[in-house]
Design a protein around this ligand. Structure first.
Ligand code: HEC
Length: 142
């Protein structure tokens, strides 16, 4: 790695370590926080499995899992819970919107991958994490 990029990386790391947390605080009831945490751990697990399937060349399987676990098919899974256990309705609308957009983006990857088009699926792979990054960088619940 060139000295310049090493320097930039060091500067970035020290800035993020020292910076205050400027993310917007989104207060959620404890039960909603608990539902969200459970969903998030599931997201992380699914992401890992999808990447593993892609690396193994199992593109269609990766697409099917992405749709089921992260795509629009995975939307509304808290719908039948009591209101205080549903994260969505307590989020600021823009935060909720990032969540919904994330499901749509995951479905775009899922559609390409499920068709077996490896090249297109690879190009759309970052869609799986765009929503995670934009929500986590904009909002905190604690
Ligand atoms: C709409 C916002 C939003 C999106 C989109 C989102 N997250 Fe989260 N995530 C949160 C919030 C808020 C928390 C903190 C929950 C809490 O209060 O503990 C969290 C927590 C987590 C945690 C920590 C769970 C723990 O152990 O406490 C992981 C891991 C995680 N998210 C992964 C992901 C992944 C992977 C994605 C994308 C597939 C994603 N998240 C998308 C808002 C989001």
């Amino acid at each position: 790695m060139k000295a310049k990029s090493l320097f930039l990386m060091a500067a970035f790391i020290s800035c993020t370590a020292l910076a205050e947390d400027h993310r917007q605080f989104a207060p959620l009831p404890p039960a909603a926080q608990e539902s969200l945490r459970e969903e998030m751990l599931g997201n992380l697990l699914a992401l890992n499995e999808i990447l593993t399937l892609m690396a193994a060349g199992k593109v269609k399987e990766a697409g099917q899992l992405a749709e089921k676990a992260l795509g629009q098919s995975a939307q509304g899974k808290h719908r039948d819970k009591p209101l205080d256990a549903r994260p969505g309705p307590h989020m600021p609308p823009a935060m909720h919107g990032i969540g919904i957009d994330g499901h749509v983006a995951a479905s775009q990857f899922a559609k390409a991958a499920s068709s077996g088009d490896r090249k297109k699926a690879l190009a759309l792979l970052p869609k799986l994490t765009e929503g995670c990054v934009s929500c986590h960088y904009s909002y905190r619940t604690r």
